[in-house]
Write a protein that binds this ligand. Structure first.
Ligand code: ADP
Ligand code: MG
Length: 459
């Protein structure tokens, strides 16, 4: 009996290990065991109350799912502190230390400490539709021809549309096929903070800078997420440029993501912009209805939640902003479904469960917020934006400001003119017309304005 339980637990741990980060796994799963299995209820023995709390609150679902996959008769789990498993002082210190480490990475829960990749993001669970098929095809091609085709690969698109998922999927595919490859995924903020701290300690210990350089330049694949945040950070851009060149010249792959195309990242050094543009640029746009339905089906399947076609269609019709929001809706339904005793949800129940999500009135915005969002997006000061300057970098953002004031606030042309540096109302009309016309012919501009609007309603 005991060995049977041991085997069961070993297999369950094997599955859990794939789903949570190494640091968390080591911290919370070490020194656990199944103490008992009776009437569909499994008792898991843990070394201390600290671990008990964490397993109950954070990992219960993972554990239950893994056990059920192995034995469908299992209905519930109890956690019990087993004194003789504890652990002398050393054990407690170990747990504390490792949990601190795990906590530090809380934001990147489940990310691998070395590569920075989260195994949750893979090609297998990425749904392809017309909005992302080009980006997906390019990502696949890169994962099969690392450094040889499409270098760098630059993927851009609005919030919550799957950029991070796709670029991490490439890394995860490479690791699976070729574990010896050196891969690093970082956000541009993390890269920046590493550059800054290397320079700081390098001023005391010059070797630190060399070490930093070496570490980045020996990678086979470097993935930097959200590179729009590199804008305006000169030192970081400089270091990135050198890292990029070193990798590129050695035939190593670089993958980048951003919320906009390279040409729209203001204050990006020209040499970087042209580097980015020298590879493959692919965008991800908003998913159409069919894709939203496919994503719902796939994700509800992952969570063992059966949704009828009517329900899927209802959700997909009403939740259209992005995929993250679709996931949010689904999470609510999973919670609601627990209450309705596992019966298939009706459209009525879904409506009720999503009520507050769907009927939230369109948030209103203000003159101040529009100025702030545009200035932030183009990384220029609000003063420059409203000034009379004719500098090229401010002319377009200013026209977009006028356009948004007109579209979002329905302000009058003379009012907009007055608020944007005392301009004549005909100048404003001209600007709004121009932007409207360009929107018809320049999909990049549509993306930019959508991103600004997203920002606007988050402020
Ligand atoms: P972005 O980085 O563009 O803001 P993410 O990659 O974080 O967006 O995606 C938001 C959420 O939507 C993630 O949980 C991701 O797994 C999911 N997602 C995005 N695109 C897809 C897709 N095509 N298929 C399945 N899930 C997706
Ligand atoms: Mg992202």
């Amino acid at each position: 009996m005991e060995t049977e339980l041991n085997e069961l637990w070993k297999s369950a741990l094997g599955e859990i290990e794939l789903q949570i980060s190494k640091a968390n796994f080591k911290t919370w799963m070490q020194n656990t065991a199944i103490a008992e299995k009776k009437g569909g209820v499994v008792t898991v023995a843990v070394p201390n109350s600290f671990a008990k709390e964490w397993l109950e609150n954070k990992y219960h679902k993972f554990i239950l799912r893994s056990l059920r996959n192995l034995d469908s008769g299992i209905k519930d789990i109890n956690y019990k502190v087993q004194q003789n498993r504890v652990s002398d002082k050393d054990e407690r210190t170990r747990v504390k230390k490792e949990s601190d480490k795990a906590q530090m990475g809380f934001q990147e829960l489940n990310a691998d400490a070395i590569t920075g990749l989260n195994p949750r993001y893979n090609f297998e669970n990425f749904i392809v539709g017309s909005s992302n098929e080009l980006a997906h095809a390019a990502a696949l091609a890169v994962s099969e021809n690392l450094g040889k085709r499409y270098n760098p690969l630059f993927i851009y698109g609005g919030v919550g549309l799957g950029k991070t998922h796709l670029i991490q999927a490439i890394g995860n595919r490479i690791i699976k096929n070729n574990p010896a490859k050196k891969i690093k995924y970082v956000t541009s903020e993390k890269f920046t903070s590493e550059v800054v701290s290397a320079m700081r300690s390098g001023s005391i210990r010059p070797n630190d800078i060399d070490e930093f350089k070496k570490r980045w330049r020996e990678l086979d694949l470097l993935i930097i997420d959200d590179v729009q945040f590199l804008a305006g950070k000169e030192k970081t851009q400089d270091e990135f440029f050198h890292t990029f060149n070193a990798l590129y010249n050695a035939g190593k792959q670089v993958i980048l993501s951003s919320d906009r195309p390279p040409k729209s990242i203001q204050t990006l050094e020209e040499r970087l912009r042209s580097r980015f543009e020298g590879g493959m640029i692919a965008d991800i746009s908003h998913p159409d209805l069919e894709t939203r339905i496919a994503i719902l089906k796939s994700k509800s399947g992952e969570h063992n939640l059966a949704l009828s076609d009517d329900v899927c269609e209802y959700i997909a019709q009403n939740v259209r902003k992005n995929i993250r929001e679709l996931e949010g809706a689904l999470n609510r339904l999973i919670a609601a479904n627990d209450r309705t005793d596992k019966k298939e949800l009706t459209v009525g129940e879904v409506k009720k469960a999503l009520n507050s999500l769907l009927s939230a009135p369109k948030k209103s915005t203000s003159f101040k917020n529009i100025i702030k969002a545009v200035a932030e997006f183009y990384d220029i000061s609000e003063k420059d934006l409203l000034d009379r300057s004719r500098k090229k970098e401010v002319v377009k953002p200013r026209q977009i400001t006028m356009y948004l004031l007109r579209e979002e606030l329905k302000s009058s042309f003379p009012f907009i003119g007055e608020k944007t540096g005392g301009r004549d109302h005909t100048t404003v009309m001209h600007a709004c017309e121009k932007i409207k016309k360009e929107l018809n012919s320049d999909p990049g501009l549509t993306d930019e304005i959508n991103s600004i609007k997203e920002k606007l309603y988050l402020i």
